[in-house]
Design a protein around this ligand. Structure first.
Ligand SMILES: [Zn+2]
Length: 467
């Protein structure tokens, strides 16, 4: 039996999908105004662990992740650079997909974009107006939270201080500012807008997720994930909009992952402790080790990222790699030890049992390290044979379907700016500008990218960064 902590009830609950055939999962996706930072990566990796575990347990999972390509932040970013919204967001959409690929995150089935679902949003807003949950004011449309008695059920917010009829315009706000929120924002100077039946303007952030989740997963679905910072107001507002519109329960399980801090402090650009995934890759951090670190703290605990923690994760990760290397490459005698299938069975049970219990990753990882410890003893006693080694390798590979850290075959994607540099060097070589080509090669070497010129073209691999 699987159980998850449901933010809605504030309790651990047995997981009962609406239909066992296919689980419907929605995860709030990136707002594409910047590169993914490691806090974002933590949330994506937690969601990936959850999804991979459900698949491992035999479920099919239909996964939708939205892309917020129009909201306050993206508009502000595009205006600051003086370029069109689409041009601005494209760069961050592309890099988002590179990032999840580098982190070995399984692809969602759908990545709907807000700007491609404006008509669907208008339809829901019209429905909310008709049902009396929404009202127009100065060309914008607001959701009237006084009309929705269950408002606050997810975030357990206290509505006593609510001043009815007061409105909030911005997409993000604190609990003290709980008020009627914008579903549709009136056309403004310097903002993109759409001409629609409810007027010229653009959608608020929250309506995007209500519309895109129900469009692909139905009006009631199994699991909705995000970071704890999404609980209020984003997810609270999603529930209000969706349930007011459909008259049905929106989501059965709300599963939220905790923040990430760096060296014990909130990550912020001004403190200099703010890291994007790209920053770490440029520091030559192995993405599999980063993934291992980010998934090895339970998702409901605060994760304190530090380079020391990364080193420790690297040592644990290396222990698994060395173990598998040994099993694959040592010459064992033919034969088998009948104790091994029992040990594998025990490991699998402890691993699965841990994850069944609200994704208790510490228990799951302990099962793996315990196995390594026991088998290493058997190896030193000469009690491991060729067949045992093969069984052990395949049992680890099977558990890695959940962890997603051991696969080395998978070709890693380089960040686009590095690919661009490689292209420049190719161009220089073609033009016989070998001096420039060598300079670029050295520059890449400093970033830990080693180039090899082969007859089939240039190849790269990660190596030690040289200064
Ligand atoms: Zn969302």
């Amino acid at each position: 039996m699987i159980q998850f902590y449901n933010t809605l009830s504030g309790k651990l609950e047995p997981f009962n999908p609406i239909t066992p055939v296919e689980i419907k999962l929605y995860t709030c996706g990136p707002t594409v105004y910047d590169y993914s930072h490691i806090g974002n990566c933590r949330a994506y990796i937690f969601e990936d662990l959850l999804k991979r575990f459900l698949i491992f347990k035999g479920y099919k999972v239909k996964h939708v992740m939205n892309i917020t390509d129009v909201d306050d932040k993206t508009i502000k970013g595009a205006n600051a650079e003086g370029i069109k919204l689409q041009e601005y967001t494209k760069k961050y959409i592309d890099t988002f997909f590179e990032d999840i690929n580098v982190l070995n995150i399984l692809k969602a089935d759908f990545y709907p974009r807000a700007t491609e679902h404006i008509q669907d949003m208008v339809k829901m807003i019209k429905g909310l107006l008709q049902k009396g949950y929404a009202y127009k004011k100065d060309g914008s449309v607001y959701f009237s939270i006084a009309k929705f008695p269950n408002y606050g059920q997810l975030s357990k917010i206290n509505l006593e201080e609510l001043k009815p009829g007061e409105r909030i315009e911005s997409d993000e706000y604190e609990k003290e500012n709980v008020n009627d929120f914008a579903l549709w924002k009136n056309k403004k100077e310097g903002e993109p807008f759409w001409e629609t039946e409810i007027g010229a303007g653009r959608p608020g952030w929250h309506i995007e997720c209500s519309v895109m989740s129900s469009k692909y997963l139905g009006q009631t679905f199994d699991i909705h994930c995000g970071g704890t910072d999404n609980i209020f107001p984003h997810h609270e507002n999603e529930i209000a909009q969706s349930e007011a519109y459909s008259g049905k329960k929106f989501v059965n399980y709300w599963i939220h992952c905790h923040h990430l801090i760096v060296d014990g402090e909130k990550m912020s650009k001004s403190k200099g402790n703010f890291f994007t995934l790209r920053d770490l890759l440029n520091k030559n951090v192995n993405p599999s080790i980063l993934r291992f670190l980010l998934l090895s703290t339970h998702y409901r605990k605060m994760l304190n990222f530090s380079f020391k923690a990364l080193e420790q994760a690297s040592a644990s990760f290396q222990r698994i790699k060395d173990f598998l290397y040994e099993l694959k490459n040592r010459s064992f005698e033919e034969g088998e030890n009948e104790e091994i299938p029992l040990l594998i069975e025990e490991m699998n049970q402890n691993f699965t049992g841990g994850l069944n219990d609200d994704l208790n990753i510490a228990v799951a990882l302990r099962a793996i390290f315990e196995m390594i410890r026991k088998v290493n003893i058997l190896i030193s006693q000469g009690k491991i044979y060729r067949e045992d080694a093969d069984k052990l390798v395949s049992s680890f590979n099977s558990l890695d379907e959940v962890l997603g850290v051991l696969h080395e075959e998978k070709e890693e994607m380089l960040p686009s700016e590095i690919l661009k540099i490689i292209e420049e060097r190719e161009k220089a070589r073609k033009e016989k500008n070998y001096k420039l080509a060598d300079q670029i090669r050295d520059e890449l070497l400093r970033k830990g990218i080693v180039l090899e010129d082969t007859k089939d073209g240039v190849r790269w691999k990660r190596g030690k960064a040289k200064s």
